[in-house]
Ligand binder design. Structure first.
Ligand code: PLP
Length: 388
């Protein structure tokens, strides 16, 4: 059988995730300190796990409404109203999904006609460009730079907008750079979205993990933006619930309805045990979430200080749990640096090039790792960099 010829051309054309490739090398090897996978090192708070256990115990093991449990949607609408300052109708404007991952896929498939352009800022989360291609769209990356602390500048966005542009994807705080935007830039971006009639898909999965006492501002809350924004959020990061696979989308009803049609035929609904756990997270999980944030904040400060001491120039990220040091001084490509660090010092970090061409020359280190391991990892990075 000629299997390659049997695979859909647009699927064959997308590359495997650079992160996965790298971590297959790491798997099964002993004694490695991983700054690789973007996952909290905390176990999900106990009361949230307990809610999933109660769901099983009470025999709540059925399908739910395609949109998700109404009790959860009400809780999401309350939380989003308080945290993001945007009101959504839980009956018609909230869709519970299998992680933000599913929500991204649904939104793109619901909004794009073949050939439509989707603009996004890069370096970015590995799934964006492939998800656009899988939805038959055209991925248009706008490079961000270290000089701007990897924030998206309205003038750079403006230069990328063509008549074919239909959707703008945003992710603040950003994976892999931890970038955030200023209110002024966000307003400039919103103005462009309105001028060019773009729908904004905003992935705010790291929104609670904003540091230095500064508030997170969602583009959905700016004047004129609610009607053209699909706000995506989930439980994986701030509530340490990656394995529960739960996220949600909030948007005007016609968009949620279109996303729901795809969701009902492809996924039916998100798992009820996870939905019950998510409800508990929203209702009673804020103190635990804030304690985790405080811990990430301390680790961010430590890692940024150490990397700059080592001579690997590192901006201070305003959010998420990643640092993105500049390794260009070493003369190595990001892949060679990451491979060398793994081979010589048994520390795993992800080459910046995995997040798009503009990530070349940088390394993504996830600092959601035990403090002792971070300390050792920084010493090892120092030894590796000095030996170069
Ligand atoms: N969006 C961003 C920016 C991410 O970094 C991730 C995971 O790393 C996801 C979405 C996927 O999240 P979920 O676990 O909710 O599918």
């Amino acid at each position: 059988m000629d299997y390659p010829a049997k695979i859909a051309r647009h699927v064959a054309a997308i590359p495997r995730s650079g992160i996965r490739d790298f971590f297959e090398l790491v798997q099964g090897r002993e004694g490695i300190i991983s700054l690789g996978v973007g996952e909290p090192d905390f176990v999900t708070p106990w009361h949230i796990r307990e809610a999933a256990i109660y769901s099983l115990e009470k025999g709540q093991t059925t399908y739910t409404s395609n949109l998700g449990l109404l009790s959860l949607r009400k809780s999401i609408a309350r939380y989003v109203g308080e945290f993001f300052g945007v009101a959504y109708d839980p009956a018609r404007e909230v869709l519970v999904t299998v992680g933000v991952s599913e929500a991204i896929d649904l939104a793109l498939r619901a909004l794009l006609n073949p050939g439509d352009e989707v603009i996004f800022h890069e370096p970015c989360y590995v799934s964006y460009s492939p998800s656009i291609v899988l939805a038959h769209g055209r991925a248009v990356a706008v490079e961000t730079s270290k000089a701007d602390a990897f924030a998206l500048k309205p003038e750079n966005l403006a230069a990328a907008i063509t008549p074919q542009a239909r959707v703008l994807m945003l992710n603040f705080p950003t994976n892999p750079t931890g970038a955030v935007t200023s209110q002024e830039d966000l307003e400039g971006i919103a103005k462009l979205a309105i001028e060019h009639d773009l729908i904004v898909l905003t992935d705010e999965i790291y929104s609670e993990l904003r540091y230095d006492g500064l508030p997170h501002v969602s583009i959905a809350s700016l004047p004129g933006m609610r009607e053209r924004t699909v706000l995506l959020h989930g439980f994986s990061k701030a509530f340490a619930m990656t394995g529960f696979r739960l996220g949600y989308a909030c948007a005007p009803q016609p968009i949620i309805e279109a996303m729901m049609k795809i969701h009902q035929y492809s996924m039916l609904c998100a798992p009820i045990m996870s939905q019950n756990a998510a409800l508990e997270a929203l209702e009673n999980g804020t103190p635990a979430m804030l304690a985790m944030r405080e811990s990430y904040h301390q680790r961010r400060d430590f890692v940024v200080t150490r990397l700059n001491e080592i001579g690997l120039d590192c901006h201070t990220p305003g959010g998420a749990f990643y640092v993105f040091p500049d390794i260009r001084k070493t003369g190595l490509t990001s892949k060679d640096f990451a491979m060398g660090l793994l081979e010589k010092e048994a520390v795993a970090a992800v080459p910046g090039s995995a997040f798009g061409p503009s990530g070349e020359g940088f390394l993504r280190c996830c600092y959601a790792t035990a403090f002792n391991d971070l300390r050792t990892a920084m010493d090892k990075i120092e030894r590796f960099a000095q030996a170069l």
